[in-house]
Ligand binder design. Sequence first.
Ligand SMILES: CN[C@](CCCC[B-](O)(O)O)(CCN1CCCCC1)C(=O)O
Ligand SMILES: [Mn+2]
Ligand SMILES: [Mn+2]
Ligand SMILES: [Mn+2]
Length: 305
Amino acid sequence: HSVGIIGAPFSKGQPRDGVEKGPELIRSAGLVEKLRAQGCAVKDYGNVTFEEVSNDEPIGNVKSPRAVGSANQRLSAAVHAVKNDGHTCVMLGGDHSLAIGSIQGHAAAKKDLSVVWVDAHADINTPLTSPTGNIHGQPMSYLIHELHSKIPVLPNFSWIKPCVSAKDIVYIGLRDVDPEEHHILTLLGIKGYSMTEVDRLGISKVMEETCDYIFSKVKKPIHLSYDIDALDPSISPATGTPVVGGLTYREGVYITEHICQTGMLSAMDMVEVNPKRGRTEDEISSTVNAAVDLIRGCFGKLREG
Ligand SMILES: CN[C@](CCCC[B-](O)(O)O)(CCN1CCCCC1)C(=O)O
Ligand SMILES: [Mn+2]
Ligand SMILES: [Mn+2]
Ligand SMILES: [Mn+2]
C-alpha cells in the first residue's frame, strides 16, 4: 500500500475547541511509523494551512460558512494532489465538515466514487434542515447530486460541485439521525446499516452486503469517511458528539479489514478526535489509539498477525 497523509487541523464545522488537535495526536501516536512497520510506503504531506476569516457571521442557520468553505477548498486541492501522486489518501481531521473538501478532491482525481460513511450520524442535514447550523452535521448534503437543488448559495461554497450519487452511498453505525435527515435518507433511498442492522445481521453480513451493494454494477473506488464517534463512547469518548450504543472496537476494526481486502479503498477520512472531550489521559489515548488502529486496518494490518 502507498499512503499519502494530510493533516487538517480545523474545527469550525462545530462549536467545540480541541478537534483541531486531532492530526498531531494521531501522528504522535506513531501512525506513520506503524504503517511503515506493516509494509506501507508512506508520504506525510503535512498539514493544510487555513486562512483566517474575519466577520464570519452565520448565514441563516449556517455557522462559520466562510471559514468552512475556504478550508475545504484548500483541502480539496491537497487531496487532489495526493491522488495525482498515486497514493491512497488519508485525511486526518479535524471535524467532519472536512469531508466536503476530502470527497471533492478525491472526485476530482477519480470520477466515479462510492462512499462508505461510518458514523453515529448521517451528516446529511441541508443548511435549511440543520437543527444546529453546525456544518459537520451537513457535509453530505453539499456532495450529493440529488440534493443540489436544496442547497442555498453560501460564500466560499461556489467551488463545490456535487460528485456522489445517492445510490453510491452506504452508511454504517447510524444511531442519532435527525427527523429531517431520516426523511432525506428515505426519500433518496440511501442505503444505511444502523446499529439495529448491525445487531440483527452482525458486522460481517453488513460488510458483505455493503460491498455487494456498492459494487453491484461496476467496482467503483471507495471513499471511506470514518467518524470516530461511530465507535461506542466506552472506546472513543474524546469526541464532540458521543452517542451510546456504538460499534465495538472489534466491529470498527472489522469494517476497515473488510474494506481493505476489497482492494478498492482510494481515500479515507479519520475525523472528530477531540482531546478536550476526554476527561482523563486514558480516555484521550483510548480514542487516539482506536483511530490509529482503524487506519492501520485500512492498510493491511490483520489481527491474525
Ligand atoms: C444529528 N445531527 C446533529 C449532529 C451532527 C454530528 C456531526 B458529526 O460529524 O459528529 O457526525 C445533532 C443535532 N441534534 C443535537 C442535539 C439536539 C437535537 C439535534 C447536527 O448538529 O446536525
Ligand atoms: Mn458523528
Ligand atoms: Mn427508516
Ligand atoms: Mn460525522
